[in-house]
Every structure is written in C-alpha cells, then in structure tokens.
Design a protein around this ligand. Structure first.
Ligand code: SF4
Ligand code: SF4
Ligand code: SF4
Length: 507
C-alpha cells in the first residue's frame, strides 16, 4: 500500500492511501453483452481462488460472471491447449470478425470432432430449462440433411461423429433415413440426443432404434422426481428408468446426460455415477452445468455451477471412487470447455479410473509440448484419441484404443473389443457458454459444430448465443411458409392436385 501526504482544509496533514486491487487481472478476451449481444471486450480476473469474467456494454453497463471455481486449475489447464487440426474446407469468409463470421471461417482454429444435426424444433416436452428453446418451427427435409452431411464430410478427412438432435429428434418422421444417410456418407459414429419418451411410448420406434444402433445420449438429470419437475416441468423418473431398461433390452449403449443447476440437483452427481456404473445399458455420465440461454430458471451469474465444482462434488459424493485428480481437461477444444476421465469396471464392480494406472497427465502434456520422452507411442495415441470430443464411450474407438498391455493394472486382457467397450465407463463435464460467460478464445477453438441447412458449420456455443439459432429458425420458417403458399397456389391451379412435390410437401 502506498501513502501520500496532503493538507486538509484546516492545514493538518491527511494521509491518502492507494489500495491493492481485490483481483489479479489475468487476460483480456472478447465476449457478448448479455442484453443486446453486441461483441464487447471482456477481462478475465482471478479473485479469491476463482475466475471471473468482467465486461461492460456501452448501453447496458457492467456484467460479472463466474467462469471457474478453481483459479489454479484454470491457469494450469492452459498447458493442455494443443494445436488444432485445420478443416479441409471453410464455408464463410473473414469479414466482421469472430464470432460474426461463422462458419467455419478461415480463422477457426480447430476442425469439427462432433457435428450436431438439429433436424427439428418441435418437442414432446416443454422444459423450463431448454437452451434450444424448443417449440414450433420446422422439420428439415432429406435434401437439407444431405446438404448438411455433405458439408461435414467435405470438411473432414474422416467424419467421426454426427449427433442427431433437435428439438426432440425422435419426432422427425425421417430420423432413421437420415441416420442411414449419415452412415452411407461414411460418418463413423451416429448418436441420438433424446429425452427418451418416444422410446417407451412407441414399441415400433424402439424396434427400429434397436436395428439402427446409434449411441444414445439420454437426458437424465437425476434420480428424483423433484429434479425433473424443476428442470423438465414433469415428474419423469419412472419414464426415464423405463427408457434405460429398454436400452438394456436392445443392447444400446447409453450416456446419461445431466443438466446441473444450482439449488436443484448438485447433490445428485454421485448418485448418478453410482447408478450408471450398475446399469447394464449405461457407458458413462456427462454432466452439463445449465447453459443460461434460451429457456432457463432464474440464476445468479456470479454463482453458477462450473466444472471444478462438479468434480469436487463427484469426489465427495462417490466416496473416492472418482477423485479430482482422475479428471483431465480435453486438449482438442479449449481446455476450459471440458474435462473427462475413463474407468475400467470389473465383474465384481471394482472401478479403476485410467489416470490411476497411466500417467495421462504426462502423456497429454507430451502431446501438447513435445518435450517429454516417448516410451509408448501406442499409449500416447490412445490417450490423445480418448481425450477428444469425438471419443464415443461404448464405441470401437474407445475400446480399440485401450492398450492394457502397457499398463500395470493387471486387468484380464483375454477379452474381445466389444466386451472391453462394455467395461469402459466415462465421466465427463462440459461447461457450454452462455451470454454471460461467452469467450471468443473458446469458440475459436470449438470442436463441436452445428450443421445448418445452408451448408455452414457453426460452433455450438456461437450458435446458441450470437443469434445464429434464431436466424436459422426464422429463415427456415419463412422458407416453409413460402413453400406452403406455392403449394397452395399450384394446388388451386391444378384442382387440388399439386404437379410437383415441393420441399415443404416432403416434410
Ligand atoms: S467461431 Fe470460428 S468460425 Fe465462427 S467467426 Fe469465430 S473463428 Fe470464425
Ligand atoms: S430440453 Fe430437450 S426435451 Fe426439453 S424441451 Fe428442450 S428439446 Fe425438448
Ligand atoms: S461447444 Fe462451447 S464449451 Fe464445447 S468446445 Fe465448443 S466452445 Fe467449448
């Protein structure tokens, strides 16, 4: 503290004191005004062991949001930031700057590990928490699905994962044809992001799902009806358990996807993992602190749930089955976006997190910095593949990449790849950005892209926050309205029998 002597009005000396700032200014980035979405500067500060974003909009004033509850972990995680892989093609030009040129524009720093296809906007639930703001809108056509998939395949040397999403994608009448189209175009893994209702309501749909065999990404927020009523508007526990039993009957690998909200279900993370470890259909749990965009409950941006807090709760609530040290940031995207661990589960229920038997940290550090000695290229490549957004638990990619002969874990190696896939359990935490936490550093390195019907790929967090989702929805609704008018006009001219099928007629 620095002191300066000055005179007061009555001539006695006064001491003015300079104060030490209450935070460390760590870096500057670009973000959005949560009110008007204008792109503005944002400061990242370290304060009382936490990380905050602080920013000012000329019109709407100052905003502060919690980015991470662990400042040390945030700073250290940046060492995992590995060089990106440049896509083979870009769909837009650099014009107005990030995040207004999506995409992908030539300034993007990573290819798309996982592509999302939002094939409709309608849903059979009306969740109070829904970043997609599901409701009336549109279904995409097969022609549009083809444009989207072609764009993805053209940009990737190997198109790894397409996740069908919505709205609720199981309501789209051509879902199975679209999944087949993705496979026909060479996409390696097809995933279905669903609330699961249709699976228990429609036996024929469930049968077809069993034949199509996508990886199921199941909305599953907790093990109490109270949680479902708050987040989904209905007591859904019984339905969700029935969906999982159906998944086991069909032998479909499932990831439980739990939105975690302050004051709602933070206390359920351990129970969800324990439940998942015991259920035959479940290959992992993905926790997602609620993204406060679209529809969401009231919240305090300075008291959000962040990745380190979820990890801390996992350690506390699983009684050490998983420890904080088992989780490692995913280097293919920005390391602040996602952390993951894998465990090997034995017949007697013994759970061995992989980082306890392999020094994952050192291997990933080697991948990043190229300075570590390289005792095993196989293990290095295996870990690089696993700690990526395109690793699909329960898939051959995950099973095939485990080289247990390189470990000291004494696991029986005389098992097939399919059996191994069933023994590998993933626990991951993804902190998607909202208008309060939006950070161009993260979206520029984003490896999760939303395919749009006009052939663009828009990084997921840009799609949800910048206005792209609203623009696409409006354009699609306008297009559908125009097509309906054309169909009606043609119908009137031909006595009610349209001569040609329009895109809307094929919906
Ligand atoms: S997020 Fe990527 S694609 Fe979008 S504008 Fe920024 S750099 Fe370009
Ligand atoms: S969160 Fe999912 S299930 Fe809920 S309304 Fe939105 S799309 Fe439907
Ligand atoms: S989707 Fe969002 S949180 Fe995930 S990698 Fe992209 S920018 Fe990061």
């Amino acid at each position: 503290m620095t002191q300066q002597k000055a005179k007061t009005d009555n001539g006695t000396p006064a001491v003015r004191q300079m104060k030490t700032a209450d935070s460390v200014f760590y870096e500057i980035t670009r973000s959005l005004c949560p009110e008007c979405k204008t792109v503005i500067d944002a400061q990242i500060h370290l304060k009382q062991g936490k990380v905050f974003m602080r920013k000012r909009c000329a019109e709407h004033g100052w905003f502060v949001a919690l980015i991470s509850s662990d400042a040390e972990g945030y700073v250290n995680s940046l060492k995992y930031n590995k060089p990106g892989t440049i896509p083979l093609e870009f769909a837009t030009e650099v014009k107005d700057g990030c995040p207004l040129d999506c995409g992908l524009c030539p300034e993007h720093k990573q290819h798309t590990c996982l592509a999302l296809m939002e094939i409709n906007t309608g849903c059979n639930l009306a969740c109070p928490t829904c970043f997609a703001n599901a409701g009336t809108g549109y279904n995409i056509t097969m022609e549009e699905a083809e444009v989207m998939l072609d764009a993805f395949v053209r940009a990737e040397a190997e198109a790894e994962v397409v996740q069908f999403s919505g709205g609720e994608p199981t309501l789209h009448p051509q879902l199975f044809e679209m999944m087949q189209l993705a496979k026909d175009k060479g996409v390696r893994h097809v995933m279905l992001n669903t609330n699961g209702l249709k699976i228990v309501q429609d036996p024929d749909f469930a049968r077809k799902l069993g034949e199509a065999r996508p990886m199921i990404y199941l909305q599953f927020d907790g093990l109490t009806d109270e949680t479902y009523v708050k987040l989904r508007g209905e007591p859904l526990l019984k339905t969700k358990l029935a969906v999982l039993d159906k998944m086991a009957e069909l032998d479909l690998h499932t990831i439980l996807v739990a939105a975690i909200e302050r004051g709602v279900n933070e206390h359920e993370v351990g129970a969800l993992i324990k439940f998942g470890l015991e259920h035959p259909a479940v290959r992992g749990v993905n926790f997602q602190p609620v993204t406060h965009t679209g529809r969401h409950l009231p919240f305090d941006p300075t008291d959000r749930v962040t990745i380190p807090e979820v990890i801390e709760r996992i350690e506390d609530q699983t009684e050490g089955v998983f420890l904080k040290t088992d989780f490692v940031p995913v280097p293919c995207c920005h390391p602040g976006c996602q952390s993951i661990t894998y465990a090997y589960v034995e017949d007697d229920g013994k759970v061995t997190p992989l980082p306890r038997v392999l020094n994952v940290d050192d291997y990933l550090d080697y991948i990043t910095n190229r300075t570590w000695p390289d005792p095993s290229k196989d293990v290095k490549h295996a870990l690089e593949a696993l700690w990526s957004s395109s690793a699909v638990p329960g898939s051959d990619k995950v099973a095939g990449n485990f080289d247990f002969t390189c470990t000291t874990c004494n696991i029986d190696l005389a098992i097939t790849s399919e059996e191994l896939a069933k023994r590998v359990f993933a626990v991951s935490i993804k902190d998607f950005l909202d208008p309060y936490t939006f950070d161009v550093k993260k979206v520029m390195k984003c490896c999760i892209g939303v395919l749009t019907p006009d052939g663009r790929t828009i990084p997921f967090c840009a799609y949800n926050n910048v206005g792209y989702r609203e623009d696409v929805r409006e354009a699609m609704q306008l297009e559908r309205a125009r097509a309906r008018i054309v169909a009606k006009t043609n119908g009137a001219k031909t006595n009610g029998k349209p001569k040609t099928a329009t895109r809307a007629a094929k919906k």
